[in-house]
Design a protein around this ligand. Structure first.
Ligand code: ADP
Ligand code: MG
Ligand code: MG
Length: 884
């Protein structure tokens, strides 16, 4: 017999936190909390395996499920002293979904299940509170009606609204028992009208229908979208939790709330959350009433904190906060209810947080001894670190404030206003920056939130759907901007007498909650002390060195500031395009013979030398890898008749001759054409000039700073040993000449990029003449797949979408194919030369998954763009720690 049902609470805890795959996160943590004696209402969890079995078996339950559910339900009845469907002492339960990872709003919870025309009277009797009983019954019909029976929830809201108008009530809490009774009657009619059947009155039927709805919703379109966006496999399944109800809506000594054990936006170590007196759980999230802060310290004037309203329950909650952090060693996101001053815990999970918060929490928890430094390093998502390195609003930039909402997810974003998720997706696909503006968001909007730079809502608090999802995605978000009104029909938003139309630009600041008209200038981020601390800990754990790809002094400076330990790729061709040089470059290309080329190269030499002097000054004492000229020469030629004529005139050459030479240089397939070392072999004087510039600059900087760089001269696109042997000899001849003349030695290396499959496969031979290999994984990916990066846009996105390739291989290294070649080259290279230096300089050098691969094959360094350097430092540490 398979065990499908696991009990928790009231002294029987069959689950544990580490059983989340089987019990879902919610179920596993309810059992865990109960097992450390926190007050959890008793219940049971139906496993995710049941969900999988249900779908395998044509949406049928296995025979032995019903008996297990009955038994677990009977245990709750005994524990609570109430019976399911009993007209005198009715037991009410909640039915809650819960997958392995939380999927916000995917499946809605049904509360107060077990109520019907008879049991509601029992509830009136036992509670002595008719308002509460009828309020609970209408909540139940409303939730069950919309979640299970599929009646549009607005229809229910309309009924309440009309009763409120009739009675003149403003808040729901002002309605009398009779008012609620009337709502219930109208709800029942609505259900009959909409579904053609009366509302189900048998609690058992209600229970099975609700369980079925949860399992059924695992495959609904919203859930499918969310899973696709977050790489969650469909066969994980969801669990269902059935739990005895506790009531936050029994009066003023009752409440419900959600909170984080630390501030999820900033990471500050303060209790952070919202609660509502006399309410049930869904009220807080739905934004029907304005939630109040937990602590006195956080309460603004006019707000009543939980600390004031329910001091005893608040004190209990503070103790729970301590216990949970000590137990889970991480920041928790918790849900609770207070029934008649008694606190009950309904959920805990690892809290979602911004990158900034994640960093601060990790560092402070390690400093506080709750976790180790290594754990802190592992805690921060390397990819997300990127967010911290992004711009915020320039404090000095002029701006026009439109309105203000809650600072729900930090970061500043400007963009065109759009009012629907579909619009956001469409315009973003065209490369436009958009801000998605909604009254509130729901799971149907996720694709649009993903596409937008920022999200603005006019309703809902810091724990609303928009806020939670935006923080998870790293999007800027201002939520609950009550002063802004949105008219979907007219496609406008207005505030304080100003109206903004769809398509016009606004700027939001998710750190302050401010909304501005137009776009506002931004500034580079400054890194907090926590950032430096974490980086220090990461550096202590990593083995891989981190270099940067840089050719300008600005890039090099940025990278050093971020902790780069050298340059892994300086692309010299970028230095040839500047206006004062391109003439000489073109003259060199146009020259008919070597002598003519040498004249032109003579003019380029001082420019190149000066470029290297500037770079070497910044990188003094560190290695700098310089790639000699790589692209096909025609890339430097003028295009179009006018340009050709201009250049011909400037060079004093004949237009026709120029045209002919350009035609000669044209290639059918330049990516595989006359480029890289092939140029160096055809025109040795080019590499000679570059080598001379490098060595002369190295000498100058050694003299100037006393800290020589170690030039690593890199020959591109080598496919055979002989190619490298020839070009190496050219460089060595120049080195000897320059260094002999100066009488001072400079350490240098000569090596090659491994970017052709043939080079990888014959790396043992190539290593005989190479001091280092640098994997040029951009070209290696192109040549391994036989796929040009410039043309891939037409089909590659579809490949990724359809799962033909797991990821874009230009973003994350194809470990299976390209990685196999890297592995072969590493092994063969080391077989010939055990100490050969190995690095990677493709885009992949800044991708955490690719960095983990580089660690596993034992490369010496990765090189990435300047802004990725911190990401790479952290990812390298995580790779080293994870591999232990
Ligand atoms: P979600 O996954 O959307 O947060 P939950 O299953 O956590 O859904 O339920 C939402 C809210 O419903 C909870 O935060 C809690 O306030 C309330 N709730 C759930 N179960 C119970 C219960 N047994 N008693 C009282 N309130 C409950
Ligand atoms: Mg919840
Ligand atoms: Mg290349």
């Amino acid at each position: 017999m398979t065990k499908w049902v696991y009990s928790f609470g009231a002294g029987l805890n069959e689950g544990r936190a580490d059983m989340r795959n089987l019990l879902g996160g919610k179920g596993a943590n309810l059992a865990e909390m109960a097992s450390i004696d926190l007050p959890v209402p008793p219940g049971f969890t139906i496993t995710t395996e049941l969900c999988t079995a249900f779908y395998k078996n044509n949406r049928q339950y296995p025979d032995d499920l019903a008996g297990q559910v009955e038994a677990a339900l009977a245990r709750i009845e005994t524990a609570v002293g109430r019976s399911f469907g009993d007209p005198k002492m009715p037991l009410l339960v909640s039915v809650r979904s819960g997958a392995r990872v939380s999927m916000p709003g995917m499946m809605d919870t049904v509360l107060n299940l077990g109520l019907n025309d008879e049991t509601v009277l029992g509830l009136v009797e036992t509670s002595g509170d008719p308002r509460f009983a009828w309020d609970s019954f209408r909540r139940f019909i409303q939730m069950f009606g919309s979640v299970v029976l599929g009646v549009d929830h607005h229809r229910f809201e309309e009924i309440i609204e009309s009763v409120k108008i009739d009675t003149g009530a403003i808040e729901d809490t002002a309605l009398s028992p009779e008012d609620w009774q009337r709502v219930v009657e109208e709800y029942k009619e609505l259900v009959l009208e909409e579904t053609g059947k009366p509302f189900p009155m048998s609690p058992k039927d209600q229970l099975w229908a609700a369980i079925g709805a949860v399992f059924g919703s695992w495959m609904n379109p919203r859930a499918n979208t969310y899973r696709r966006l977050h790489d969650i496999p469909a066969d994980w399944g969801t669990a269902v939790n059935v739990q005895a109800m506790v009531f936050g809506n029994m009066g003023s000594d009752c409440a419900t709330g959600v909170c984080f054990t630390r501030d999820p936006s900033t990471g500050e170590n303060m209790f952070y959350g919202e609660f509502l007196v006399n309410a049930q759980g869904e009220d807080v999230v739905a934004g029907i009433r304005t939630p109040q802060p937990l602590s006195k310290a956080a309460a603004k004037s006019g707000e009543v904190s939980m600390e004031d309203a329910l001091p005893d329950a608040y004190a209990d909650l503070c103790r729970v906060r301590e216990t949970l952090e000590r137990h889970y060693h991480d920041m928790q996101d918790i849900e609770f209810t207070v029934q008649q001053n008694k606190l009950y815990m309904l959920q805990t999970r690892t809290g979602k947080r911004t990158a900034a918060a994640s960093l601060r929490i990790a560092v402070e928890m390690a400093q506080g001894g709750l976790i180790t430094r290594q754990e802190a390093v592992m805690r921060v998502n390397a990819q997300a670190l990127d967010q911290l390195l992004h711009p915020t609003l320039d404090p000095k930039a002029p701006r026009t404030l439109l309105s203000k909402g809650l600072p729900a997810s930090p970061g500043a974003a400007s963009g065109a206003v759009v009012f629907s998720a579909d619009d956001a997706e469409m315009r973003a696909a065209k490369g436009e920056a958009v801000i998605l503006v909604r009254i509130e968001t729901s799971p149907e909007d996720i694709h649009g939130m993903h596409a937008a730079r920022g999200i603005l809502t006019t309703r809902g608090g810091m724990t609303s759907h928009a806020a939670v999802v935006a923080r998870g995605m790293g999007r800027a978000c201002v939520a609950g901007a009550g002063g802004v009104s949105v008219d979907y029909g007219a496609r406008t938003l207005s505030a304080g007498g100003k109206t903004i139309r769809g398509g016009e630009t606004i700027t939001i600041d998710g750190a302050t909650g401010e909304i501005f008209v137009g776009s506002v200038a931004t500034v580079e981020p400054t890194m907090s002390g926590d950032f430096a601390t974490l980086m220090e800990w990461a550096d202590a754990s990593r083995r891989l060195k981190i270099r940067t790809n840089a050719e300008t002094p600005l890039d090099a400076e940025t990278a050093r500031k971020f902790g780069a330990e050298g340059i892994g790729l300086c692309r010299t061709e970028h230095m040839f395009f500047a206006p004062e040089r391109i003439g000489a470059v073109r003259q060199m290309i146009m020259a008919g013979d070597e002598a003519g080329r040498r004249v032109a190269l003579e003019k380029l030499l001082p420019f190149q030398r000066q470029d290297f002097i500037e770079l070497f000054r910044i990188m003094a004492g560190l290695p700098v890898t310089i790639r000699l000229l790589d692209p096909p020469l025609h890339e430097f030629l003028p295009h179009g008749d006018q340009e050709i004529a201009d250049v011909a005139e400037a060079l004093g050459q004949d237009v026709e001759q120029m045209r002919r030479r350009a035609a000669e240089l044209a290639e059918a397939n330049p990516m595989l054409g006359h480029r890289g070392c092939r140029l160096g072999i055809s025109y040795p004087e080019i590499y000679e000039m570059q080598a001379r510039a490098i060595f002369e600059a190295a000498l100058a900087i050694a003299e100037e700073t006393g800290h020589p760089v170690v030039p690593e001269i890199m020959i591109p696109l080598v496919g055979t040993r002989r190619e490298l042997e020839i070009t190496r000899a050219q460089v060595e001849r120049v080195a000897k000449e320059v260094l002999d003349r100066s009488g001072k030695p400079i350490d240098y290396l000569i090596g090659t990029m491994i970017e052709l499959p043939r080079a990888a496969l014959t790396a043992d031979k190539i290593a005989e003449v190479a001091d280092f290999f640098s994997f040029g994984t951009n070209d290696l990916t192109q040549t391994t797949f036989g796929l040009s990066r410039d043309d891939a846009g037409k089909f590659l996105p579809h490949y990724v979408e359809a799962g033909i390739l797991p990821k874009d291989p230009f973003v994350s290294l194809d470990i299976e194919g390209v990685g196999a070649l890297v592995r072969i080259a590493v092994e063969k290279g080391r077989a010939t030369k055990p100490n050969i230096k190995l690095g990677i300089c493709g885009e992949h050098g800044g991708d955490p998954a690719s960095i983990a691969f580089c660690e596993s094959v034992g490369l010496d360094y990765v090189s990435c763009s300047p802004y990725r350097v911190p990401v790479a430092r952290l990812a390298a540490a995580q790779a080293a720690l994870g591999g232990e």
